[in-house]
Design a protein around this ligand. Structure first.
Ligand code: ZN
Length: 475
């Protein structure tokens, strides 16, 4: 803390206790880092993780991480303590060279940002359930605003005005027979019910509206999901109907004028059509979308996307090619890879189960494992291909490495730089079939270095298909 600190520095200093759980150290030599009291372990302070009476009791309170990393005092500890220290160090973010660094855990790349700090301290409020049917992408603001007011019972209907003592007339100006409440206007009233039922018929639904507006909204939300034209159109229709009914009600009360319900219907339908055309939404041409387009007079899109293909390419000369992949399904994860030469000869393969990390961590783990296998085969020229664009970008240094993977990526780059030549590129998933097969949790053979003689037939078929240069259709 400087002697004359700025307001911002003082705020940060005062918030240091709150910030502590969000800080971690990437350890190079451990110089100046207190083993017990500094947050160098990803799970937090060791004094919290191993309270008094634990197996670490014999490690003095003033121990430095640097000395422990050097293994200076290890022989003075009992076997169980040494084992625990070893476990702890294996979980730490340790890099073989460079400087000790401080990282901000809430941010994926470890850099401090206000956004990540705010996200880490705020309480996430519950998502409003009807958000998707009122403020959806493509909504019409004026329709959404009135619908939002109606769903919140905020419209000044006559029952509310009576309650506030500002009106005596309680009758609905549309049907002149019942008390005007929000639920009556939307859509128990004979006038508005006719309009909404007619619109629903346009969407091929013959049904009477629910007696409560919130249930009608729930029906829309549960019946029309996704981003098809029909799904967006019904949400626009719902808002447009509430808006135009409310507008007509006000016209009758405040201007003493009225419009026939048929004209209101036409206005609503034309609003839907205009907005949908403006949004330029395209549906895949199936029976449902074609019928919907015909009912509203929308153009039908039958344009099919161009067929795109990709293929597996062999390496040149004495370069070996490594293909890797990873898979993650619920609580199971595994990684796999295969090494081939210019003549398509398989030089090595691996398939390993792994703890379920994020898929990106698994992809990098797979690349790292494959490189070690290639080096053990005596190669010094390697071409690596992965179908994870993110993992490839991180190894290339184009994308900042997430802090959790810094140690692993560092080690991987060290291994790569021990080679005479290396190159990493992205391959489309469809042409990475052999690595994909080996990375499946269901792969019939598992091991760090699978014998070529043991490779399953299905895998050999994929390899033969890759070798023939056959184009794979990209999905
Ligand atoms: Zn009415």
């Amino acid at each position: 803390m400087p002697s004359n600190p700025s307001w911002g520095a003082r705020c940060i200093f005062h918030a240091r206790e709150e910030a502590k759980p969000h800080i971690c150290r990437i350890v190079a030599d451990g110089k100046g880092i207190d083993f017990w009291k500094e947050p160098w372990h990803p799970d937090g302070l060791l004094s919290n993780l191993y309270p008094e009476g634990s197996t670490l009791n014999s490690v003095p309170l003033n121990s430095s991480l640097e000395r422990l990393l050097l293994g200076d005092s290890w022989d003075q500890y009992p076997e169980s303590t040494m084992q625990t220290i070893q476990n702890i160090l294996s979980q730490a973010l340790i890099i073989p060279e460079g400087k000790n660094q401080v990282i901000w855990k809430p941010s994926p790349d470890g850099d401090f940002t206000l956004k990540s700090s705010w996200n880490s301290i705020r309480t996430h409020s519950q998502k409003i359930p009807w958000f998707s049917s009122v403020w959806f992408s493509g909504h019409v603001p004026k329709f959404s605003f009135v619908t939002w007011q109606a769903l919140h019972q905020r419209l000044s209907t006559r029952d509310r005005l009576i309650f506030l003592g500002t009106s005596r007339d309680t009758r609905c100006p549309l049907c002149h027979s019942e008390r005007e409440t929000t639920d009556h206007l939307f859509f128990n009233c004979s006038f508005s019910s006719w309009v909404w039922r007619t619109i629903l018929r346009r969407f091929s639904y013959r049904r009477a509206p629910h007696s409560q507006l919130k249930n009608e909204e729930l029906w829309i939300r549960e019946t029309f999901k996704g981003k098809s034209r029909m799904s967006i159109a019904i949400r626009i229709a719902f808002g447009a109907t509430i808006y135009h009914i409310w507008k007509e009600r006000n016209r009758r009360i405040f201007e003493n004028q009225s419009i026939h319900k048929q004209n209101i219907l036409s206005e609503i339908l034309s609003s839907i059509k205009l907005k949908i055309l403006y949004l330029r939404l395209e549906d895949p041409p199936n029976a449902r979308s074609i019928k919907f387009a015909e009912l509203f007079g929308f153009p039908i899109f039958t344009r099919s996307p161009p067929v795109r293909t990709c293929s597996w390419k062999p390496p040149d000369g004495d370069i070996l090619k490594l293909n890797t992949d990873a898979s993650l399904a619920e609580d199971k994860a595994s990684i796999g890879g295969i090494i081939r030469d210019k003549d398509h000869i398989i030089k090595g393969a691996f398939s390993l189960d792994s703890p379920p990390h994020s898929i990106n961590e698994l992809e990098i783990e797979s690349i790292s494992k494959g490189i070690k296998l290639a080096i053990s085969k005596g190669t010094d020229r390697l071409w690596i291909e992965s179908d994870s664009l993110q993992a490839v970008s991180i190894i290339k240094g184009v994308l900042k490495c997430p802090w959790r993977q810094i140690a692993k990526v560092h080690q991987t780059l060290r291994d790569l730089n021990s080679l005479n030549y290396w190159h990493i590129s992205h391959i489309w998933r469809e042409a990475n079939g052999a690595a994909d097969f080996l990375s499946k949790t269901s792969c019939p053979i598992k091991g760090e270095c699978i014998s070529v003689l043991d490779l399953p037939r299905e895998l050999l078929r994929i390899v033969a298909s890759d070798s023939s240069g056959v184009p794979y259709v990209r999905m």
